[in-house]
Design a protein around this ligand. Structure first.
Ligand code: DGL
Length: 265
């Protein structure tokens, strides 16, 4: 089984991390579109164009049968069009985990951190309207422009990153949110810093494992045997921080090898 996964950069590797825990006997082709990152401050048209270019590459060069859009921003901008265009492909997107947050919260005070494009997108607005209907939820939303770039640089807990987060998390602290949705696949990489700044016990919601489960159930329906090891190929269209890749995968073991290649698509 050949699975394509992509994101604007390192963030989608948090989804690959979750895949490693359950998927076996597959090749994962990951594209980190760092030359065109961040997506979160681009128009829908620009993002859609990159999604189509990457999907064409993964189909043509690697004959993938499943595609994971491991990016909330790209899912919001492009999944509808991609599903229309590639009807034979299994396509799984990523969206902010609002539903698990509603299940996890005890106070109904929920925070959402995401890119500006995700929060502005129709998909997110529809999700909120649908899930909050008839519920009394105090929602604190925060767009985090510039945070993806900090994470790409490996500045996970630098003073600049902490300063940005302190400002963005202040309204969440004030509203005593007990659950924060990490609405961008990069943000699980700074979970510890978010917890530290919040300073009290909070639940962070990420969606990597749910995506991995979804891929598993769809691939088993398509006769995937789920035996053997995984090979992971990471392509990056621009610079990528190898130290971060090693850090993301340091505690995982169920794969054969990771090949990292710079490749302009
Ligand atoms: N990981 C992407 C997401 O989930 C980041 C988008 C960006 O490049 O701004 O939204």
């Amino acid at each position: 089984m050949k699975v394509g996964v992509f994101d604007s950069g390192l963030g989608g590797l948090t989804v690959v991390h979750a895949l490693i825990d359950i998927l076996k006997g597959a090749d994962i082709f990951y594209v980190a579109d760092t030359k065109y990152a961040p997506y979160g401050e681009k128009t829908q048209e620009e993002i859609l164009k990159r999604c189509i270019t990457i999907t064409n590459f993964l189909i043509k060069e690697h004959e993938i049968s499943a595609l994971i859009i491991a990016c909330n921003t790209a899912t919001s901008a492009a999944i509808k069009m991609l599903r229309k265009k590639y009807i034979k492909l299994i396509i799984i997107g990523t969206e902010p985990g609002i539903k698990p947050a509603i299940e996890a919260t005890r106070t109904n005070h929920i925070g959402v951190l995401a890119t500006p494009a995700t929060l502005k997108g129709d998909k997110y607005q529809l999700l909120i309207n649908e899930l909050f209907q008839g519920r009394q939820v105090l929602l604190t939303e925060q767009a985090c422009p510039g945070l993806v770039e900090q994470i790409e640089k490996g500045e996970i807990s630098s003073s600049v990153t902490k300063k940005m987060l302190k400002i963005w998390l202040e309204p969440m602290k004030k509203n005593r949110v007990d659950t924060i949705v990490l609405g961008c696949t990069h943000y699980p990489l700074i979970s510890d810093v978010i917890k530290e700044i919040m300073g009290y016990n909070i639940t962070l919601i990420q969606t990597g494992s749910a995506i991995a489960q979804r891929l598993m159930s769809l691939s088993l329906e398509h006769n995937h045997l789920n035996k053997g090891l995984l090979d992971i190929f990471v392509y990056s269209t621009g610079n990528i921080n190898d130290n971060m890749i090693n850090k993301i995968f340091e505690k995982t073991e169920y794969y054969e090898k990771i090949t990292i290649r710079k490749y302009d698509i």
